[in-house]
Design a protein around this ligand. Structure first.
Ligand code: SAM
Ligand code: SF4
Length: 320
């Protein structure tokens, strides 16, 4: 699909649940009012939307949450998703808590990549930030995923005064292991706005000092907004997703489906399409195709974070 600004939209992020087993303070700090199960899309409904989207040119899908692995049947769903015609790449974003026992199955079904969120390597900071003393589970999952031969990306959201002292320690994961470590600028979501952003540019200058051979990667790498850097000292690479510091909306290629079936055109705008209402009122595939195409035509030009009209984002519902 091509939107009203000639951007090719071929990437869909799907949040399959708003539930999570962690309580990250910048995302879901407490037991928020959750979406009733009856309003969450069933796997069959999500798969139907994926097949329709594939017909429209969606080629890559990311499964996210809340925490996707807390939803019963997630692995079976991933396997069925893998079989949808036209979808070339499927990845999952997880907090890693429940990942270790799943890595073998994930590797066997041929998932293209596992993104593991890891904001700190300090067990006490992890417990404080996420509400669970479980850093070891995440690290075990990371190692298990690497042993299983999965492609692994580590996502780290930087917050001033919380984990900015660990930038080098986290970047060094890409020195020790063949992982892509991505530093993500904190976005002003519902709870993210209570923390102070640490810019990607600042993180880059700290890392470049430690790895003098660091160079922007010239070849195509990944399907998203991350800018990657490599160095002979690294087994993996280091990426930056700095939505605020360096707006990358010009090259945006994505749309998002929330667990409640709302097709969201941009993170910071409320506009979108209620696909659940269409699914449950008997719309045909052709009607849904047309509606999605039409909605995508109205995808906003850029995000409006920090502007008055920005809608509050509950990341655990949208999936990041
Ligand atoms: N539970 C899974 C996880 O943590 O990876 C998937 C869902 S989580 C919402 C997806 C990503 O969004 C995580 O990497 C998380 O750190 C990130 N995230 C949440 N709130 C954010 C914010 N305000 N700004 C930037 N990233 C955020
Ligand atoms: Fe859960 Fe992921 Fe949000 Fe943390 S960032 S509360 S793990 S959804």
């Amino acid at each position: 699909m091509v939107d009203g600004y000639s951007r090719l939209i071929d990437y869909l992020r799907i949040s399959i649940t708003d539930r999570c087993n962690l309580r990250c303070r910048y995302c879901m700090p407490n037991d928020l009012d959750l979406i009733p199960h009856s309003q969450i899309l069933r796997y069959e409904e999500i798969l139907r939307i994926c097949a329709i989207s594939a017909n429209l040119g969606i080629r890559r899908i990311k499964v996210t949450g809340g925490e996707p692995l807390v939803r019963k049947g997630c692995l079976g769903f991933l396997k069925r998703l893998k079989a949808v015609d036209g979808i070339e790449s499927i990845s999952i974003t997880t907090n890693g808590i429940l990942l270790e026992p799943c890595v073998q199955a994930i590797s066997e079904m041929g998932l293209d990549c596992v993104n593991i969120s890891l904001d700190t390597l300090n067990p006490a900071v992890f417990a404080e930030l996420s509400g669970m003393d479980a850093l070891n589970l995440v690290l075990n999952s990371l190692h298990a995923a690497l042993r299983a031969g999965l492609r692994v990306k580590v996502n780290c959201v930087l917050m001033r005064g919380i984990n900015d002292g660990e930038i080098l320690a986290i970047a060094e994961l890409a020195e020790k292991y063949p992982v892509d470590v991505r530093f993500i600028e904190l976005m002003p979501s519902e709870f993210g706005q209570e923390f102070i952003r640490f810019s990607g540019d600042e993180a880059l200058s700290i890392i470049a000092h430690r790895f003098p051979g660091l160079k922007p990667e010239s070849s195509f790498h990944g399907s998203g907004p991350a800018k990657y850097f490599t160095s002979p000292e690294l087994l993996g690479s280091i990426g930056f997703i700095d939505a605020i510091g360096n707006c990358f909306c010009e090259g945006c290629n994505r749309i998002r489906l929330t667990s409640a079936g709302f097709l969201k055109l941009c993170l910071s705008h409320g506009d979108g399409l209620d696909l659940r209402a269409m699914l449950r009122s008997g719309a045909t595939d052709i009607e849904m195709e047309r509606a999605i195409e039409e909605a995508v035509r109205w995808k906003p030009k850029r995000h409006i974070f920090n502007e008055a009209q920005s809608v509050y984002m509950r990341m655990s519902q949208i999936g990041g």
